[in-house]
Write a protein that binds this ligand. Structure first.
Ligand code: XIL
Length: 377
């Protein structure tokens, strides 16, 4: 009965008739599922596999991408969490120092609400995607007020509607050689290193319900550099928590590379345990696997990418502090890797779980399997 119900739900989700499915019998149902969803195995959406373990599964997207109906259909079917990929960055929100443009973010929130997805904010403080006017406008005199009022205005607008907010994004850069490991960037230079504490406090005051996240890149590899960064991260988190700063979670961006398979080793696992031991949650916020250095052959390439997904997610999801898995896009038709890590042979990149025709790749099966392997939380 449960199996039938799952299949019925699947067929309903994909727009096929459950009644027809029941009349077809088991093999007919399977054929219909493949025809409709293009997937074998159980055809269960990633969000349902995640939900069974107390996890969320999501993607980043833009309004432009979601107006492609075939893409929107896959996002709706697979995800219960939506992150605006661009619309909540300063560049999009702040046409001028005195104005806000919420149109893109509001559109994405409406899309998420319409399809019963949770909504996640990205990002309040980042050294990139600042508006053109920023450099000539921001000064040591006005920077704190500029940041504080931005956070208060933006977070208040979506208060009660946000699952979580990336308050701080990519603030660490040990190679800048500061004793606190912080990146030397405009907010630090103009507002001082306490900009981090100030940002978390302002966000918490404006939306006491949202999970407040410090999101970082390049934490996942088994390298000296990544370990360095993990130690600086722990040092900063301890300091903030000792001052009762409302930081609730960390984000592991998880932009992985298929040609760097040394990831998620014992030191990384220890880092996750330490973060969890501090009472913090963990989100996988921007997962994808760049395949630009792999041979062109799709089967070989997809398998190597899938292996990295498996290895990484099986390790990370074993940690019960992890509450969400978000891929930075869902289909290879729309991925920042096309520009970020293009292939020298000019072939299209394949870093995500669905191909350009919205068919699942080996990465989809790897993610599905890792969600099935994950302990419940
Ligand atoms: C990326 C977007 O995907 C691109 O479309 C844009 O051109 C640049 O930003 N880390 C982050 C994200 O925190 O905001 C970035 O998103 C990818 C790296």
């Amino acid at each position: 009965m449960t199996e039938l119900f799952t299949r019925r739900k699947f067929l309903a989700n994909t727009g096929a008739s459950a009644g027809a499915g029941l009349l077809l019998g088991a093999s007919g149902v399977k054929a219909a599922m493949m025809a409709v969803g293009g997937r074998d195995s159980s055809g269960t959406p990633l969000k349902s596999l995640a939900e069974r373990k107390g996890l969320l599964y999501g993607t980043a997207a833009t309004e432009h991408k979601l107006t492609d109906q075939a893409y929107a259909d896959v996002v709706i079917r697979e995800c219960d969490l939506m992150v605006p990929e661009l619309a909540l960055k300063w560049e999009a929100l702040r046409p001028s120092p005195s104005t806000y443009d919420f149109s893109g973010a509001d559109w994405t929130l409406h899309f998420a609400q319409q399809h019963k997805m949770q909504f996640r904010g990205h990002a309040l403080v980042w050294h990139l995607a600042l508006p053109k006017w920023f450099n000539s406008y921001a000064t040591p005199q006005n920077a704190k007020e500029l940041l504080q009022s931005h956070i208060t205005t933006v977070v208040s607008r979506y208060a009660g509607k946000m699952e979580s907010w990336d308050v701080i994004n990519e603030a660490l850069l040990p190679s800048d050689k500061r004793p606190d490991g912080l990146r030397i960037q405009p907010w630090l230079q103009l507002a001082g290193p306490d900009y981090i504490e100030m940002a978390f406090r302002a966000a918490n005051a404006a939306d006491p319900k949202a999970l407040l996240v410090w999101n970082e890149n390049w934490l996942e590899e088994d390298t000296v550099g990544a370990e360095h960064k993990r130690q600086y991260f722990l040092q900063n988190l301890k300091r903030l928590l000792s001052r009762s700063v409302p930081v609730h979670a960390i984000g592991l961006q998880s932009h992985l590379k298929a040609d760097h398979p040394n990831i998620a080793g014992p030191q990384f696992q220890q880092f996750l345990s330490q973060v969890s031991g501090m009472g913090l949650k963990i989100l996988v916020t921007e997962l994808d696997v760049a395949d630009d250095k792999l041979p062109n052959d799709f089967t070989t390439r997809d398998q190597a990418v899938a292996n990295v997904y498996s290895q990484y997610l099986n390790t990370v999801l074993a940690q019960k502090a992890v509450v969400a898995v978000i891929t930075w896009g869902l289909s290879n038709k729309y991925t920042w890797i096309t520009n970020q890590n293009p292939r020298s042979d000019g072939a299209p990149v394949r870093p995500l779980p669905f191909d350009e025709n919205m068919e699942p790749t080996a990465a989809y099966s790897a993610i599905a399997q890792a969600l099935e392997n994950a302990p419940s939380r």
